[in-house]
Design a protein around this ligand. Structure first.
Ligand code: AHM
Ligand code: MG
Length: 337
């Protein structure tokens, strides 16, 4: 039996490739690794103990927080506070950004933005969920408090990003701007092992992922593209297959491995779509581009959008480059308004 490199070993080995190789980013990634193991343990108990279901609390966006949303937020926050490299976080589950105003953390060089448990409404029915994280270097002076500008940096400034998928197996997939690498968790020894080095998305695929229940509200370009996906054409492998889990991390992960496209578009009722630019789209877009995929709002690269507020939403299109070229063609041709 071969023994794979562990995530810890990989991080140390690649430390010199990191944009600022002081060891701080390695320590920060270790904190994320630890928190994800704890969250994984709790998710695995869902159904046995009273940790599923709504907490009775709404987040700032008016959505019901699940008990596990709040638990995961606390675990990731505590793991990051404990290390000292991170001076503050912004989270889908927090109303505002949080300054880690303690001796250990306040001078930290990094901020972390996260969706601690994405797709959490899937937990009650034992479907995959994920954690998404995004790491930036702080731009405010280290002798003062962290500032909103630290969190509203353009996505291209990310120094690392990744996700944990709590699925049939648990995986941590991340990039520091030198490719995308995936590690599968071996629960028997409590270690993430390198299983998918230098992941690249197939240039095209057969899968489209979108919540088709919203079809009548979609922009014309998306409707036309969906019809294109469903038409017969042997030369382009159509009709495509529709696959939608409703858990961004799981839908993206499958498409990354198999080739495909994921779309969460704007509608007349939700002109910016549903997904959050800072906690979901930017980190996934960084991974996507590093894996040879594209990620846009239907027109512009996600990583070039200048954020204007923490909980900002944005239409999200990501996937195999040839499929993305085609959807861009439809979006431009049938642009409304
Ligand atoms: P959440 O952050 O509240 O869990 O919502 C994000 C999730 C994504 O994981 C998923 O892609 C999307 O919401 C599904 O939304 P819908 O049920 O509208 O298709
Ligand atoms: Mg989410």
């Amino acid at each position: 039996m071969s023994i794979n490199k562990t995530l810890g070993e990989f991080i140390i080995e690649k430390q010199a490739d990191f944009p600022h190789a002081t060891g701080e980013l390695s320590a920060l990634l270790s904190a994320i690794k630890l928190a994800s193991k704890i969250v994984n343990r709790e998710i695995n108990k869902a159904g046995l103990v009273d940790i599923t279901g709504a907490s009775g609390v709404e987040n700032i966006q008016g959505e019901q927080q699940q008990k596990l949303d709040m638990y995961a937020n606390k675990i990731f926050k505590n793991a990051l506070i404990a290390r000292g490299e991170v001076c503050g976080i912004a989270s889908e589950e927090e109303d505002d950004y949080v300054f880690f105003d303690n001796k250990n953390s306040r001078n930290g060089n990094y901020v972390v933005l996260m969706d601690p448990l994405d797709g959490s409404s899937n937990i009650d029915v034992n479907v995959s969920v994920g954690t998404i994280f995004s790491i930036y270097r702080r731009i405010s002076p280290t002798d003062g408090p962290v500032a909103i500008e630290d969190f509203l940096q353009v996505g291209r400034k990310q120094v690392a990003a990744g996700y944990v998928i709590y699925g049939s197996s648990t995986m941590l997939v991340f990039t520091t701007g030198n490719g995308v690498h995936g590690f599968t968790y071996d629960p028997s020894i409590g270690v993430f092992c390198l299983s998918h080095e230098s992941l690249t998305i197939p240039k095209t695929g057969k899968i489209y992922s979108i919540n088709e229940g919203n079809y009548v509200k979609f922009p014309l370009g998306v409707k036309k593209y969906l019809k294109y996906c469903q038409e017969d054409d042997e030369s382009t492998n159509r009709p495509y297959t529709s696959r939608y889990i409703g858990s961004l991390v799981a839908d993206f992960h499958r498409n990354l491995l198999k080739g495909g496209i994921y779309i969460y578009p704007q509608t007349a009722q939700a002109p910016f779509g549903k997904l959050r630019l800072l906690y979901e789209c930017n980190p996934i877009a960084f991974l996507a581009e590093q894996a040879g995929a594209l990620a846009t709002d239907g027109y512009h690269p996600i990583l070039d959008l200048k954020p204007i507020e923490l909980h900002q939403r944005v239409p999200f299109f990501t996937g195999s480059p040839e499929m993305m070229d085609t959807v861009h063609h439809f979006m431009a041709k049938f642009k409304e308004g």
